[in-house]
Every structure is written in structure tokens, then in C-alpha cells.
Design a protein around this ligand. Structure first.
Ligand code: ADP
Ligand code: MG
Length: 583
């Protein structure tokens, strides 16, 4: 406990001795979280929150300790996506806080509710910049990177502080919230009865947002006039957990749909109206596009240009909870501001029973294109080549997910991400977790841990060797908590490819190259998990099935042809290339 906190608690003790039992900041913070159904905290212990973590665990909250705050933060972020409740990340001051901040910004960018709670140093000393232990004005630093940031200075404000953080995280467009916990706060003492009364259970934290009737009518008019309509489902639609309404809207309208990567499985990818394998065609030709919890950002070429068939122009209808999202990149002719469940119900009501389904010449054209593309790919997915290529290895994993649709797929990397996204079909909502809006490498282990903890389902992590490296130490965490996580490292000896050469002719390997034929499987063995090295798709398949059956932490090192990958994968040529050539 810090000096001033000691002084304060002595004061409080003498002042309130008569009023009965005492409580303190530790207990009030734990009680406030429990009152609001917080079941799990993801974090890294240390000054000044070590005892807080111990006491939270003793109180029945599950407190999972990670090896690095960024991974704990990524776990909290994905917990928010999966549960519609803020995922909680707990860190120490300055460096721990900064390590957690990347995940907080990531959660905010992806519109997922999360609360980063970081311990902080002595306010009086920090604010006078007198050089405290881990001195940093964390609140000021967090503010521009999250949806809201609060600091609690007094024990009697803990109830309100936690309530504000929860409501800010989940209401409207969800996002990350920073909650600053000065170490001294935890030690502050107050009367227990008054303390309990100060706690707030947040009522209706994410109220329904009903769309205006004229906005619904306007949208239905636009949809009715469409000759080549398309629905785009985004991860906001997956987050909303309005799964039955999404299906009903697609099937009643008869409109082909394109799932963004984390919306895959909202309807099974094998659904008749899925346009996933005809992506280029539908984007280019659609005349009316209905965006459902998806944004017209870089992932959709901002809704304009060649990919959208320019100069032909597309009319957009957009469903989003955030009014400011409308017209962010192109004109939205029919904005529908509201939550996805409420908006889809209103649209379905307006459509009624006799709604004319999308024109069949369009849906048939989409289906024909899709069938051709699927057939073209099918043979490649069957290959049993050594060394493996992406198609062969992912063909094996595609079969496994088809047989185990409840498993959660975590996926990151460059080629490993791009190929897996298009090859592996998903069958159920919120089963695909990946790099999100920013394309962050390093979300893998945090996502896998939270997925296992929050859902209880087995997790299959398909990781590029580079991507895995960002959070690889968490294999110890996976073993420590004995989580049903099977990691497959697509080991191609490097980033994009393992074959690049150092063009200076010097001794160092190229900047994108790793140790040749590394044995990532041995990392898992070091902590008591299973490790398997596989050379072909059959072996890969056997090893993954065994891991999924046993539920034991497993890491499979899958040797991929180092020459098989492409720079930046397939998502677009985002790596700038020098126009005057390389020196
Ligand atoms: P994707 O990357 O899959 O296109 P984005 O994350 O870019 O998806 O977009 C998700 C959108 O969903 C955001 O604009 C967000 O405001 C919106 N959103 C999130 N939750 C809801 C909800 N419950 N109802 C309506 N819109 C939502
Ligand atoms: Mg690689």
C-alpha cells in the first residue's frame, strides 16, 4: 500500500469505527464486477494489482494469468465479441498498461466491448512528474485510443466508475474502455454498508435501437427495385446474435449474400444463397447492396472503383447502430440506424409474406459462377503433396471443420489467413475468429484461450509461423489451464515465403526469413502438451483429429513449401513496391 493510502485508511478507520464493518477498494471493485456478472478476468499480475487478482480469484471470479498483456488484452477483446459483454483485461501500470493498449485499440476498431483495467502509480507524484515507480499519465494516453476512459479516485465512486465503464463499452457501437485504478484506491477504506449501497448494477446496458419507420420504408423501396441485389454480412451482424433474423431476412428476400470473414457461418457457407465463392462477380455486378453490420472500409475497397464495377454505380442500403458510419465512404441511399435485430425485424415485417424474391436470372448467374469456382478448387484441395501447399493442407482442415462444426477456428497469418478464409467453410455463427479490421498479427493465442474459456468448445488455431511468433509463449498458458486448443503452425520458414535472399549478399538472411525447418511442436512439448511434426495432409489430418478428440493442448508443426506463398497473400497488393526498383 502506498503512503497516502495508508494515511487515508487510518483516518477512515478512526472516523468510521463506530459505524460497523469496513470494506476497501479491493473488495468494492470485486463486488462491483461480480454484481455486473463479470465471470472472467484476463491479465498479468504485478504492482499494484497482484493482490487484487488473488482476491478476485478467491471471490470466485476466474482470473487467467497470461505471459504478456497484449495477449490477455486480445483474449478480453474476443471475449467481448463472443459474449456481447465487456471482456476484462487487468494489467500493471505503465509498461503493462501500454502492452494492453494495443488490444484496447484493436477492440475499439473492431467495435467489440472490452475494459482495460490498469493499476497506476501515486497520482500526486505522477501529476507533479516527480519520478514515481512506473510513472505515467495513463488516462491521457488511453483516451484517444478507446471509446471512453475513466479514472476512479475514491472508494465510494467505484460503483459508478464500473457502471460507466460497462455501459460505455456495450451501448451503441461497442468498443474499448479504459479504467484507471490507482494503487491507492484499492487500499482506501470505507463503511461496508455505505460501500455496498454505492454499487450499481447496470440496467439494460445495450438498449434496443429501433429504426425509424420511414427509414424502413425507404430501404424496402430501394430493395424492391433491385435487379441484382446483394447482402453483405459483417462481423457486427455476428456480434448482434440475431442469427435467426439474419437467416430469415436472407431466405425471405432470396438475395445472395457475401459474408465478411468473421461473419462466415452466420448462415452455413454451403447455403444456397452464399455468394462467397462468386465474390468478384457479385461485387462488380450488384446494383443494390444491403450492408448488415459491415463497413465500407479497405476490406471492401471503400465501396467504389474497379472492384465495384465502376463506372457502374452501386446503391447502398446500410444497417448500422452507429449513425456516423453512414456516408463514411460513399453515399448511402437508405440508411437504417438501429441494432441489427430490431432493424431486420422491422424489414421483415414490412416485407410480409408475399415479398417478391430476388430475380432468378441474377441468383442463377451467381450460383453458376459459384459452382464453377468451387469445382475448379476441389481437385487442388485433395492433393497429398510433400512439401504441402496451402490447398492440400487446408483441404484437410476444411474436412475437419465440416465434421466438427462446433469447433472454433482461430486464423492469422498472411497466406495462411487468406487461403484459410476462402477454403475453410464455416457452419455456425461466431466460430471464425481472425485478425479483424486492422489485420493484426498476434491475436492468435489470446483469441484461442478466450474462445476455449468462454465457449467450452474445442479450438483449432491455424497460424502462419510468423503470426504465431507474436503470441507463441502463451502455449505455456494453454498448457497451464489445460485448454482444448490445437494449434497448427503453417511453417514455411518465413514471412510470405521462406525463400527470399539477402540482396546485399551479406551474411544475414533476408528480412522475411526465419530459422529453416524450425520445430514449433517442441515448444508445446516443453510445457507438457502434445507436439507433432507433419509432412503431408494425411498426417496433418490424423494429428488434428487426435488432438480434437483428446482435447489436450497440442501444437502441430505443418511443413509448407517455402516457395508456395505470395507477398501479402491475396487480399490486395498493400505492400508498396518501389517504382524505381530495388537497390
Ligand atoms: P466487417 O469487418 O465484418 O465488415 P465491421 O467490423 O467493419 O465488420 O463492421 C461492423 C459494424 O457493425 C460496425 O459499423 C458497427 O457499428 C456495427 N454494429 C456492431 N454491433 C451492432 C449491432 N448490434 N447492431 C447494428 N450494428 C452493429
Ligand atoms: Mg510463414
Amino acid at each position: 500500500m502506498t503512503q497516502s493510502a495508508t494515511a487515508q485508511s487510518v483516518d477512515a478507520t478512526s472516523e468510521q469505527a463506530q459505524s460497523g464493518a469496513l470494506t476497501d477498494g479491493f473488495h468494492l471493485l470485486i463486488d462491483a464486477l461480480k454484481l455486473n456478472d463479470v465471470k472472467t478476468i484476463y491479465g498479468v499480475p504485478g504492482i499494484p494489482i497482484t493482490d487484487f487478482g488473488r482476491m478476485a480469484q478467491a471471490s470466485g471470479i476466474r482470473v487467467l494469468s497470461f505471459r504478456h498483456e497484449q495477449n490477455a488484452g486480445n483474449a478480453a477483446a474476443i471475449a467481448g465479441f463472443l459474449t456481447k459483454k465487456p471482456g476484462i483485461c487487468l494489467t500493471v501500470s505503465a509498461p503493462g498498461f501500454l502492452n494492453g493498449l494495443t488490444a484496447l485499440a484493436h477492440a475499439t476498431t473492431n467495435c467489440w466491448p472490452m475494459i482495460l483495467m490498469s493499476g497506476s502509480s501515486e497520482r500526486e507524484v505522477v501529476d507533479l512528474m516527480q519520478g514515481d515507480y512506473e510513472e505515467m499519465d495513463q488516462l491521457a494516453i488511453a483516451k484517444p485510443l478507446c471509446k471512453a476512459a475513466y479514472r476512479i479516485l475514491h472508494a465510494e465512486d467505484i460503483g459508478i466508475g464500473v457502471a460507466r465503464a460497462i455501459r460505455a463499452a456495450v451501448s451503441g457501437r461497442p468498443g474499448g474502455v479504459y479504467l484507471d485504478i490507482p494503487g491507492a484506491l484499492l487500499g482506501q477504506v470505507m463503511d461496508e454498508v455505505k460501500g455496498q449501497k454505492s454499487l450499481v448494477k447496470v440496467i439494460d446496458p445495450a438498449p434496443a435501437q429501433i429504426p425509424a419507420p420511414d427509414a424502413v420504408a425507404r430501404a424496402l423501396d430501394v430493395i424492391k427495385g433491385a435487379k441484382k441485389p446483394l447482402i453483405i454480412l459483417g462481423k457486427g451482424a455476428a456480434y448482434a446474435q440475431a442469427d435467426d433474423l439474419v437467416r430469415e431476412f436472407v431466405e425471405t428476400s432470396g438475395i445472395p449474400y457475401l459474408p465478411m470473414s468473421m461473419a462466415k457461418g452466420l448462415l452455413p457457407d454451403t447455403h444456397d444463397l452464399s455468394a462467397g465463392p462468386a465474390r468478384s462477380l457479385v461485387l462488380k455486378e450488384a446494383d443494390v447492396v444491403i450492408m448488415v453490420g459491415a463497413r465500407l472500409n479497405w476490406l471492401l475497397s471503400h465501396g467504389k472503383g474497379k472492384q465495384w464495377g465502376a463506372p457502374h454505380s452501386t446503391k447502398f442500403v446500410q444497417i448500422d447502430i452507429e449513425p456516423k458510419e453512414m456516408d463514411s465512404n460513399v453515399e448511402i441511399v437508405a440508411p437504417l440506424v438501429g441494432d441489427i435485430g430490431s432493424v431486420l425485424s422491422a424489414l421483415l415485417d414490412g416485407m410480409g409474406k408475399d415479398w417478391q424474391k430476388a430475380p432468378s436470372d441474377w441468383t442463377e448467374a451467381v450460383k453458376a459462377k459459384k459452382d464453377t469456382n468451387i469445382a475448379r478448387m476441389a481437385a487442388k484441395l485433395q492433393n497429398n503433396n510433400v512439401p504441402m501447399d496451402y490447398e492440400g493442407a487446408l483441404g484437410a482442415l476444411k474436412k475437419i471443420i465440416a465434421e466438427r462444426p462446433d469447433a472454433i477456428l482461430v486464423n492469422e497469418g498472411a497466406n495462411t489467413l487468406d487461403f484459410a478464409r476462402s477454403i475453410i467453410d464455416m457452419y455456425k455463427p461466431r466460430k471464425r475468429l481472425d485478425v479483424g479490421t486492422w489485420g493484426v498479427m498476434g491475436v492468435g493465442m489470446g483469441s484461442a484461450i478466450a474462445a476455449a474459456v468462454e465457449t467450452g468448445h474445442p479450438v483449432l488455431c491455424v497460424e502462419g509461423d510468423s503470426a504465431f511468433g507474436f503470441s507463441g509463449m502463451e502455449v505455456e498458458t494453454i498448457c497451464r489451464y489445460n485448454l482444448p486448443v490445437c494449434i497448427v503452425v503453417f511453417n514455411n520458414n518465413g514471412i510470405y515465403r521462406g525463400t527470399d535472399k539477402n540482396e546485399s549478399g551479406g551474411e544475414d538472411v533476408a528480412t522475411t526469413v526465419f530459422v529453416e525447418n524450425a520445430r514449433y511442436d517442441m515448444m508445446m512439448k516443453a510445457f507438457g502438451g502434445e507436439g507433432v511434426n507433419v509432412a503431408n495432409p494425411d498426417e496433418l489430418s490424423r494429428a488434428v483429429n487426435a488432438a480434437m478428440d483428446s482435447g489436450k493442448p497440442t501444437l502441430i508443426n505443418a511443413m509448407i513449401d517455402p516457395a508456395a506463398g505470395k507477398e501479402s497473400g491475396n487480399i490486395g497488393s498493400l505492400n508498396p513496391v518501389s517504382v524505381v526498383g530495388k537497390k
